[in-house]
Ligand binder design. Structure first.
Ligand SMILES: Cc1cc2nc3c(=O)[nH]c(=O)nc-3n(C[C@H](O)[C@H](O)[C@H](O)COP(=O)(O)O)c2cc1C
Length: 463
């Protein structure tokens, strides 16, 4: 049974007014449905009946005790606190889907480790009383130098995850990028927001689908396209295999019990507008259920994708074009030659080529090689405002944040995303002050220890 279908088992979404009695009733219904699914499993595994009884009782007890509590976001000091809270609130399979990297997770770890190794240059006795984080990305004014990265299945961290994240981004005056593989559709997000958001495209074998989805994005007012180029084939995440996050999904007893013990999450999903791939359902002939759509998607990633396809995209996309997933100087130069308005130096958050360099280690040479007509954006491992300062110091104009806001979403829905954005802005502002910087647009190698020298060595090709 597909994951979202399982959630759908509990019936219709809760209608307002939502009160605790309603919530408890719904959770009882959910628990009965979930335990029904367990029953089928037990029927096929009679010897495990005792596990079922114990698991069912435990799940029901947790549902009752948790439903009667409100879940305040306790003291949240940093993104790591949001991560810890998300780990408690989101079922393990979905939390780990977001948290993990491919294969041995070497690149995932390197993204963080290499950022932490870059030391910031402390400066004193500079008047930093008036600081300004505002800048622009591909011509769009933003309140701070970052955007919310495209996240596939974002709406499985919290119901209506894409809508809530887009709203939080809009309120914070930063761009939101909707993934092709989102749960909420382009149209859902457009209806729930007032300003243009950006759309991310995976070019798949079915070029007709790519063309149609771009037309839908343009119609919805999306003003920039993020073309992801580092996913011609899929890297494997071991944790997903172990958790049954596969195509088709493997629902195990432990998953069902886990879901039953996360009532806040289950409620949010029940109330969500979509429980499938929002941009695909109804647009791929003959495939409406989650499993067939997931199978279709997996067979559609196109190993033949190449630079010629960028020409084609440019012909059919009227807005700005951002090429995401560049980690090599030669590729960056090609993207520039093809007329990209921006590139994103990225290794997909350590989820594709394991063993690839960290994004931050690839950034300086690429920033040096790219002329001023193409903006250089950066992502991979950003968890603090100081990380952003590091990336800007090494040549990025702005950053995308991925997991940092996904943890916020899992921890507290829209409030959690807003909290993540707020934390990063405040941390960046303080880091700027303590490096003697007042304007984001002034950040350069001078904020990094040895930054000027490193810049020169990159220019000479000795780094
Ligand atoms: C759960 C998850 C799903 C993602 N889905 C997409 C996607 O659909 N399209 C895409 O271009 N990148 C996707 N990415 C990569 C992010 O856009 C971004 O490059 C990465 O998360 C940056 O690293 P960070 O999470 O350490 O900030 C995904 C990343 C995660 C963690």
């Amino acid at each position: 049974m597909p994951w979202p279908d399982l959630i759908g088992l509990a019936g219709r979404p809760l209608k307002p007014p939502h009160n605790t009695v309603n919530a408890v009733k719904l959770l009882q219904k959910l628990s009965v449905s979930l335990l029904g699914a367990v029953n089928n499993y037990v029927a096929a595994n009679r010897t495990k009946t005792s596990y079922f009884v114990v698991g069912g009782r435990y799940a029901t007890r947790c549902i009752h005790s948790r439903a009667s509590r409100t879940a305040p976001m306790k003291t949240i000091a940093c993104i790591e606190d949001l991560r810890a809270l998300a780990r408690r609130k989101v079922p393990k399979a979905f939390f780990e889907y977001a948290d993990s990297g491919s294969y041995n997770e070497e690149t995932l770890r390197a993204n963080r480790a290499d950022l932490e190794n870059i030391k910031l240059r402390q400066r004193v006795m500079v008047d930093v009383s008036d600081r300004n984080l505002a800048t622009s990305i591909v011509g769009q004014k933003v309140s701070a130098p970052f955007a919310l990265a495209p996240i596939g299945l974002c709406g499985l961290q919290y119901g209506d995850g894409e809508i809530l994240s887009a709203q939080a981004a809009e309120e914070a005056d930063i761009p939101f990028i909707l993934s092709t593989m989102s749960i909420n559709s382009i149209e859902h997000v457009a209806e729930a927001t007032t300003r243009p958001f950006w759309f991310q495209l995976y070019v798949i074998r079915d070029r007709g689908f790519s063309k149609d989805v771009l037309a839908r994005a343009a119609k919805a007012g999306c003003n920039a396209l993020v073309l992801t180029v580092d996913l011609q084939v899929l890297g494997q995440r071991h944790r997903d295999l172990r958790n049954g996050m596969t195509v088709p999904p493997q629902i195990r007893l432990k998953n069902i019990i886990d879901i039953a013990t996360k009532p806040g999450w289950a409620l949010s999903i029940l109330r969500g507008k979509s429980k499938t791939f929002g941009n695909l359902a109804g647009h791929v002939k003959g495939m409406d259920d989650v499993t067939s759509l997931a199978q279709w998607t997996n067979s559609q990633f196109d190993p033949a994708l190449n630079w010629k396809d960028v020409d084609w995209i440019k012909k059919i996309w009227p807005g700005k074009l951002i090429i995401k997933g560049v980690l090599d100087v030669e590729d960056a130069k090609t993207a520039v030659k093809l007329g990209a308005d921006a590139i994103v130096v990225s290794n997909h958050g350590g989820r594709q080529l394991d063993g690839a360099p960290s994004s931050i280690s690839a950034l300086p040479a690429i920033a040096q090689a790219v002329g001023s007509d193409t903006e250089v954006l950066f992502d991979g491992g950003i968890r603090t405002g100081a990380d952003m300062l590091r990336a800007l110091g090494l040549g990025a104009r702005a950053c995308l944040i991925g997991r940092a806001y996904v943890y916020g979403l899992g921890a507290g829905g829209k409030n959690g995303v807003a909290k993540a954005i707020d934390i990063l802005k405040k941390e960046l502002s303080v880091a700027m002050a303590l490096t003697g910087t007042t304007r984001v647009t002034d950040i350069g190698p001078q904020v990094i220890v040895g930054g000027e020298a490193k810049k020169k060595s990159v220019r000479k090709g000795t780094s």
